[in-house]
Design a protein around this ligand. Structure first.
Ligand SMILES: [Cu+2]
Length: 306
C-alpha cells in the first residue's frame, strides 16, 4: 500500500465522519419539541444512531459509486475478476467491527433506558441482569408518595385521568419540572400511552396497574395518542397533555374540583351514534364504545390539533 492511497483513505474517512456527525446533529430537528427530561436522552440516542448509520450508509454507497465510476470493466472485457479468497485478516476485521458496533449500540441503549427509569412492566419482569436490580432500587426510593400518582384509565375509546384529590378530567394536566407518577390502567383491551413530545410509549395491559414515571420540562400543550390498535374508533382515542407551572396546575385542580361531574364530549361515542342513525348500515357490526367519561373537567372542543 502506498502512502498516497493511505492518505486518500484517511481523508475520505475524515470527510465521512464529519458528514455523519453533521447528520446526527440534524436529526434533532426531525422530531417534535423535547417536552420531557427523558426526550433529551432518547434524542441523544437517536442522534448517535443516525450518525453511526450515516457513516455506514455513506461509506458503503460511496465505495460502490467510486468503484462504478473509476473501476468499471471495459466494454468487451468478459474476463473474471481476480480470485480473492481466504484473506484471514480481512475476515477478522469485518467480523470484529460489526460485533463491536453491536456491543457499543447495546451498551449506550441500555444506559439510556436505565437512566430514564420510567418503570413500565420491567418492574414485574425480574430479569437477572447485573445492575438491573440496583436501577430499580434507586428508582423506587426516589418515587414520591404513591398517593400522589395520577390514575390514567384507558378504555374503548377514551382517556380518563383521576388526580390524588379526586378530581377527574379527560385532558391530562401535569406540573412542569416535577417527576410525575402515573398508574396506567386498562378497562378492556390493550391500549398504548404515547406522547411523541415526551418520546415515551408504554402499553397498558388489562388487569394490571403499570407504574410509569417521567419528568415534563417544557410548558405547553402536547398530544397523547394511543399507540396500540384497539378497535374501530381507535383513531379517536386521543387527547391533550397540558404541561403548566406549579401554580397554574394547582389553580386548575382547584377550579376543576369546583365543577360538578359532567359528561364529556367523546369522539368515538359521537361517531358510533352518527353511524347508527343511517338507514343503511354498511360493514360489520362493531363494538359499541364505552359511555362518554363523566368528569369534573370535560374537554368540549372537538380535537382537531395534531
Ligand atoms: Cu386504545
Amino acid at each position: 500500500m502506498n502512502i498516497r492511497l493511505i492518505l486518500n483513505l484517511l481523508l475520505a474517512t475524515i470527510v465521512l465522519a464529519a458528514i455523519s456527525v453533521w447528520m446526527g446533529q440534524q436529526s434533532y430537528a426531525w422530531l417534535p419539541p423535547q417536552a420531557a427530561a427523558e426526550s433529551k436522552m432518547v434524542d441523544d440516542l437517536f442522534s448517535f444512531l443516525v450518525a453511526l448509520g450515516s457513516f455506514i450508509f455513506f461509506g458503503v454507497t460511496g465505495a460502490i459509486i467510486y468503484s462504478i465510476l473509476f473501476h468499471r470493466a471495459s466494454k468487451y472485457d468478459y474476463s473474471d475478476g481476480p480470485p480473492i479468497e481466504g484473506n484471514v485478516t480481512l475476515e477478522i476485521v469485518w467480523t470484529a467491527i460489526p460485533i463491536l458496533l453491536v456491543f457499543w449500540i447495546a451498551g449506550i441503549s441500555y444506559q439510556t433506558y436505565e437512566r430514564m427509569a420510567t418503570h413500565g412492566p420491567m418492574e414485574i419482569v425480574h430479569l437477572h441482569v447485573p445492575g438491573m436490580e440496583e436501577a430499580y432500587a434507586v428508582a423506587i426510593e426516589d418515587t414520591i408518595d404513591p398517593d400522589e400518582s395520577i390514575e390514567v384509565r384507558a378504555r374503548q375509546w377514551a382517556w380518563e385521568f383521576r388526580y390524588p384529590d379526586g378530581v377527574t378530567s379527560t385532558e391530562l394536566h401535569l406540573p412542569v419540572n416535577q417527576r410525575v407518577h402515573l398508574n396506567l390502567i386498562s378497562e378492556d383491551v390493550i391500549h398504548g400511552f404515547y406522547v411523541p413530545a415526551f418520546r415515551l410509549k408504554q402499553d397498558i395491559i388489562p388487569d394490571r396497574t403499570i407504574d410509569f414515571e417521567f419528568t415534563p420540562v417544557r410548558e405547553g400543550r402536547y398530544r397523547l395518542r394511543d399507540s396500540q390498535y384497539s378497535g374501530t374508533y381507535f383513531a379517536t382515542m386521543q387527547t391533550d397533555v397540558v404541561v403548566e407551572s406549579e401554580d397554574a396546575y394547582e389553580s386548575w385542580l382547584a377550579d376543576a374540583s369546583g365543577h360538578p361531574p359532567a359528561e364529556s364530549f367523546n369522539q368515538a361515542a359521537d361517531e358510533y351514534y352518527q353511524a347508527s342513525q343511517k338507514s343503511v348500515i354498511p360493514g360489520w357490526k362493531t363494538i359499541a364504545p364505552a359511555p362518554a367519561p363523566i368528569v369534573n373537567y370535560p374537554t368540549s372542543i372537538k380535537d382537531s390539533q395534531s
